[in-house]
Ligand binder design. Structure first.
Ligand code: ZN
Length: 340
């Protein structure tokens, strides 16, 4: 990491932000994961900090998914879930994040032994505590963790639509894309949409533009997680810009999982040039050793974005969020008031 301009660092810290793409388990700090691993040792997850850091060096996207699943299996009680939520909220408050849509893989937690009612209660209670203790408004996106199993999608949609803890706004789809074409999850997304959940699947992270198209055409995506490979398809770029589909862009994540080889080759500038709305996010900050301020700083340092462009990224996030209209208005006014 090269030198950071102190004035730009201060500007980014002062910028009120929203985060729309962050996974609950992947947000857990090293300290939190070590604590869980030491209390309930698992064969695959290290209990030593240096080893855990090495465990988080991913050789490719498939390896990342395997590590994520191992850490997920440490989370076996409602208290664990609440600890993750409050850890994330505290970190977001430190980065001046006021509102976040947090992806929760409910079916993975249920499979690890948490009862549905226990999960509901943990999410509802910790959301209130996050607001009280940290001033961060949290909303939930429940996702299909992408495992290729015919029932997994529908099970995830049924949890989201029938349990629907307070703050539920959306339905997502993550995981390894190559084995899981977006169109295969149509039924699950229909259930979610019929229940008025917003549809925000990952697509085009490790696969090509065709999967972004499938997410739009078959899943009626309102935003796309990543979508970086749309940059290789001018017609798709025009469509994303014309329809105002926001891409949730997570530069450090793309480097750490190997989805993009070099930051300087990241498609973010090309997406911006094409007029595609972009919001910045961390994806799995605990596993990728990043935070939202750092993602903004990278955009300044690597892509040359100035204050005006960074403030616009923050505004795009607010506009693309599913926050209440009054919260959106006040965040946009705060960003304007910063001056840049
Ligand atoms: Zn993600």
């Amino acid at each position: 990491m090269c030198r950071l301009a102190p004035a730009m660092r201060e500007f980014i810290a002062a910028l009120p932000k929203v985060e729309l793409h962050v996974h609950l388990v992947g947000s857990a700090s090293l300290a939190t994961v070590l604590d869980l691993a030491r209390r309930r040792p698992q064969p695959h997850v290290p209990t030593d900090e240096a080893e855990l850091r090495r465990f988080y060096e991913f050789t490719d996207f498939g390896h990342f998914i395997d590590v994520y699943a191992a850490v997920n299996d440490l989370v076996t009680t409602g208290d664990d879930v609440a600890a993750l939520v409050l850890g994330l909220a505290g970190e977001q408050a430190r980065r001046n994040v006021r509102y976040a849509e947090v992806t929760v893989s409910a079916t993975s937690h249920l499979r690890a032994g948490i009862a549905p009612e226990e999960l509901d209660e943990a999410l509802a209670t910790s959301r209130e505590q996050a607001k009280r203790a940290h001033g961060v408004e949290l909303a939930w996106v429940f996702d299909i963790p992408g495992l290729w199993d015919g029932d997994f999608g529908v099970t995830s949609a049924k949890y989201a639509t029938t349990h629907r803890p307070a703050g539920t706004v959306g339905f997502g789809l993550g995981g390894f894309e190559a084995d899981a074409p977006r169109r295969a999850f149509r039924e699950a997304f229909t259930i979610a949409r019929d229940a008025d959940l917003h549809c925000v699947p990952h697509a085009g992270e490790t696969t090509g533009p065709d999967q972004v198209r499938e997410a739009l055409d078959h899943l009626h995506a309102e935003r796309i997680g990543h979508g970086i490979n749309a940059a290789n398809d001018p017609e798709l770029l025009r469509r994303l810009a014309a329809e105002g589909i926001t891409l949730e862009i997570c530069p450090t994540s793309n480097i750490r999982t190997g989805a993009v080889q070099n930051l300087k080759d990241h498609p973010l500038p090309r997406l911006l040039d094409a007029g595609v709305p972009i919001t910045l996010a961390t994806d799995d900050p605990g596993m990728f050793h990043t935070d939202l301020d750092r993602e903004y700083l990278l955009c300044h340092e690597v892509f040359g974005l100035g204050r005006t462009e960074l403030a616009e990224l923050a505004r795009t996030g607010v506009r693309a969020s599913f926050a209440a209209p009054e919260l959106k208005r006040s965040l946009l006014a705060e960003i304007d008031a910063l001056g840049h």
